[in-house]
Design a protein around this ligand. Structure first.
Ligand code: NAD
Ligand code: UFG
Length: 338
């Protein structure tokens, strides 16, 4: 099985490459390194003993991408490449629509040209409308996204659906991730955000190693048990394994199918702080701050469709997520730069 992994040098992509390589698959990565570092590839090679091929290119560059397809015959593509910072997408919407949508469109054109029509797309829980009942199932309403990033995922899904409807040779799996956290248990690959982290777990990890003074908890007056926001955190290695399960499904079905990748359990911000403190025997100073614009009180998945059809369920505990995040951050205080 030869798999093209777009965005494979990034956080989720690098963990997925490890799982693919460990199962004996051939992996080719394309990435423009706009939000990742070349060292990720060396780390993946050190973990697995196998070095994935890497081409530095922008997925929007049709000719550069076609050159890779001329060299390799792929069985399928996992399409991670995309920009993902919610706040930045509000400030620079065209950057997000251009990068995320044109990358997807160009990739599909090139795949079609070379006769590879099996694609797994990185989607997000953010495609679900804010007014759904919980837990979110794949049947929950989508749309009414609160930021351009979310709309690029919504539109990306729609583009792929339309394409598969028009041409029955396509097989499309849409994976809707909830909140990926944690790192490979080696502590050698992990999330390496640029600048001040937007997301909770990287922020907590940086407080833990003294890079940030204290966590700001965005709102303690939500209608949740302790008043802080509740999310469905999933260990990135479980998420990566969800892609392996999705490949089996992809290769034996046509058309489009969406799957939630979450645990089905919601934890609050303060639950996360306590779990991190307990798992790592360290104190996380925090202060209560105003709510962050666009945040929902509570988001968690119903992952039963993935369990039934893909045969996949998340295995790692909250303690694993906290311990592995801290191990990565402690071994790499400045991320891949040291
Ligand atoms: P990441 O930024 O670590 O990885 C994305 C990779 O894509 C990076 O290595 C980046 O350099 C590359 N890239 C971006 N645009 C590119 C382009 N035009 N051409 C080539 N390479 C390009 O992000 P991640 O957390 O690993 O996320 C992977 C995917 O999953 C993204 O599509 C993201 O939107 C989606 N997703 C992430 C989360 C999350 O919380 N991390 C949640 C839901 C969905
Ligand atoms: N939070 C804080 N302080 C921080 C950071 C976050 O209190 O410094 C809180 C947020 O208010 C929220 C929770 O922690 O209640 C989780 O926030 P994250 O930013 O880690 O995650 P989100 O659920 O907001 O968003 C993430 C990804 C999106 C994706 C979404 C899918 O960042 O890209 O999950 O559910 F779309």
């Amino acid at each position: 099985m030869k798999v093209l992994v777009t965005g494979g040098m990034g956080y989720i992509g690098s963990h997925t490459c490890v799982e693919l390589l460990e199962r004996g698959m051939d992996v080719v990565i394309v990435d423009n390194l706009c939000n990742s570092k070349a060292q990720a590839r060396e780390r993946v090679a050190a973990i697995t003993g196998k070095s994935p091929l890497f081409y530095q290119l922008d997925v929007r560059d049709v000719e550069a991408l076609a050159a890779v397809f001329r060299i390799h015959t792929f069985d399928c593509v996992i399409h991670f490449a995309g920009l993902k910072a919610v706040g930045e997408s509000v400030e620079k919407p065209l950057l997000y629509y251009d990068n995320n949508l044109n990358a997807t469109i160009n990739l599909c054109r090139v795949m079609d040209r070379f006769g590879c029509r099996n694609i797994i797309f990185s989607s997000s829980a953010t495609v679900y409308s804010p007014d759904n009942q919980l837990p979110l199932t794949e049947q929950s309403r989508v749309g009414d996204c609160s930021n351009p990033y979310g709309w690029t995922k919504y539109m990306g899904e729609q583009i792929l659906r339309s394409m598969a409807q028009a041409d029955p040779r396509w097989s499309v799996v849409l994976l809707r991730y909830f909140n990926p956290v944690g790192a490979h248990e080696s502590g050698d690959i992990g999330e390496d955000p640029r600048g001040i982290p937007n997301n909770l777990m990287p922020y907590i990890s940086q407080v833990a190693i003294g890079r940030r003074e204290r966590l700001s908890v965005f709102g303690d007056d939500y209608p949740t048990p302790d008043g802080t926001g509740v999310r469905d955190y999933i260990h990135v290695v479980d998420l990566a394994r969800g892609h392996v399960a999705a490949i089996d499904y992809l290769m034996s079905h046509k058309g489009t199918e969406a799957f939630n990748l979450g645990t089905g359990v919601g934890y609050s911000v303060l639950d996360m702080v306590k779990a991190f403190e307990t798992a790592n025997h360290i104190e996380i100073p925090y202060q209560i701050a105003p709510r962050r614009a666009g945040d929902l009180p509570e988001v968690y998945a119903d992952p039963s469709k993935s369990a039934e059809i893909l045969g996949w369920t998340a295995q790692h505990t909250l303690e694993d997520m906290c311990r592995d995040s801290f191990r990565w951050q402690s071994k790499n205080p400045q991320g891949y730069d040291g």
